[in-house]
Write a protein that binds this ligand. Structure first.
Ligand SMILES: [Zn+2]
Length: 388
């Protein structure tokens, strides 16, 4: 058991200064004072957290955990994500996805990477499918993958409005997303469709068309990269009033000439009247970040980092002057709600003990995932199997 004493607890909402008791993988108690003198000999580790903030572990719902890319040829394939890339950014849950390369990379690798991350002690799930339509699957059917494979919670990232998209027809898109929805119903999952939004003009039109010509709701779609350029950003301010919008964090420092800084995007979406519970932020970690010229030639290539979601969360507080409890849901409870991850995203009795302690300067000092301490006094103490 671990007792975190006198922390300022943000559940995301501010609960006050509390003691939080962790036992096994769960949060057992949250009280003003927890007296452990009666069960001291059970070996409770006490962590003094006076003056520190305790927040839920971050959920990064779009990470290329088994590598991605390759858009500049074989040498540009990105590597697998390592455990410390999550822990350094206070991330305790990831959702893996395939991405552009549904041709030479496989969902089997992502599924085994999910299992490997779980074995290393953090939480992970995945989407079935890739950019392409028809999309690769494990069991030969999107719905079966979602209904029958515990680790699979939806489909994605399906590319729309992009030169790398298969440009599904409206009927193809409807059929695919409805199928994912039914798989989700049968499996008790979100069954949501994570959509890669590209650089085409009127990028949300394919989603609006699918919804207008079917019984699907906008909330069955989970479009990402909504800050990739100024026109998708403007369109997302309206779209976001009715559907979910996801901001990509890791690409900003590499493409500041096109992208809206994620921290500013959060502030501006809120100012435009997008409900807070419609906004999320993910990293696109380990995705390659290619830049193409007008002729479509690759001119630049970078790789995203998961910890960018923590950096941008802090910038939203420091630069945009939004309070922590107002913006924290964007990387915790909103993501858990949209993806139906019931044990995640909130500091609550019975939830998984995924917790992050930070000091007054928003520096992460401790990270706990499923009850185990992965970072202690700023040092990562549990690393991935092959990490030094
Ligand atoms: Zn993408």
């Amino acid at each position: 058991m671990i007792l975190i004493k006198s922390a300022e607890v943000y559940s995301p909402q501010f609960l006050g200064v509390k003691d939080v008791l962790i036992g096994g993988e769960q949060i057992l108690a949250i009280e003003d004072q927890i007296d452990i003198s009666t069960f001291k000999n059970l070996g409770v580790e006490v962590i003094q957290a006076k003056g520190k903030m305790l927040i839920p572990g971050l959920i990064d719902a779009h990470v290329h955990i088994a590598g991605a890319g390759g858009e500049g040829g074989p040498a540009t394939r990105t590597p697998e994500m390592q455990l410390s890339q999550m822990i350094s950014g206070g991330i305790t849950t990831v959702i893996g996805c395939l991405g552009t390369d549904g041709m030479t990379r496989s969902l089997n690798s992502i599924l085994m990477k999910v299992k490997s991350l779980r074995a290393e002690g953090v939480s992970a799930w995945m989407y079935t499918g890739s950019y392409q339509v028809p999309t690769p699957t494990i069991l030969g059917d999107v719905g079966k993958d979602i209904a029958m494979i515990e680790e699979i919670i939806g489909i994605g990232e399906i590319a729309l409005s992009d030169h790398r998209s298969s440009c599904p027809t409206t009927q193809e898109l409807i059929r695919l997303v409805e199928h994912a929805r039914v798989g989700g119903m049968l499996g008790g999952k979100a069954g949501i469709a994570n959509i890669h939004m590209g650089d085409a003009k009127n990028p949300f039109q394919p989603i609006y068309d699918a919804v207008n010509q079917s019984e699907l709701k906008l909330t069955q779609f989970f479009p990402t990269h909504c800050n990739r350029n100024d026109y998708i950003f403007e369109d997302a301010k309206e779209y976001g009033k009715h559907g979910y919008i996801d901001i990509t964090a890791s690409s900003y420092p590499f493409f500041p000439e096109y992208e809206i800084k994620p921290s500013r995007a959060i502030a501006e979406f809120l100012k435009a009247g997008v409900p807070l519970n419609h906004i999320t932020m993910t990293s696109d970690g380990n995705g390659s970040l290619p830049d193409f010229d007008e002729k479509g030639n690759l001119i630049k290539l970078e790789m995203g980092q998961p910890k960018s979601i923590f950096t941008e969360l802090v910038d939203t507080i420091k630069d945009e002057k939004l309070p922590l409890e107002k913006v924290l849901p964007v990387v915790t409870s909103n993501v858990a709600d949209i993806l139906k991850l019931k044990q995640k995203g909130r500091i609550k009795i019975g939830n998984d003990a995924d917790l992050v302690l930070m000091d007054k300067n928003y520096t992460i000092t401790e990270v706990f995932a499923r009850g185990k301490k992965f970072m202690d006094k700023g040092n990562i103490v549990i690393k991935g199997t092959y990490e030094k």
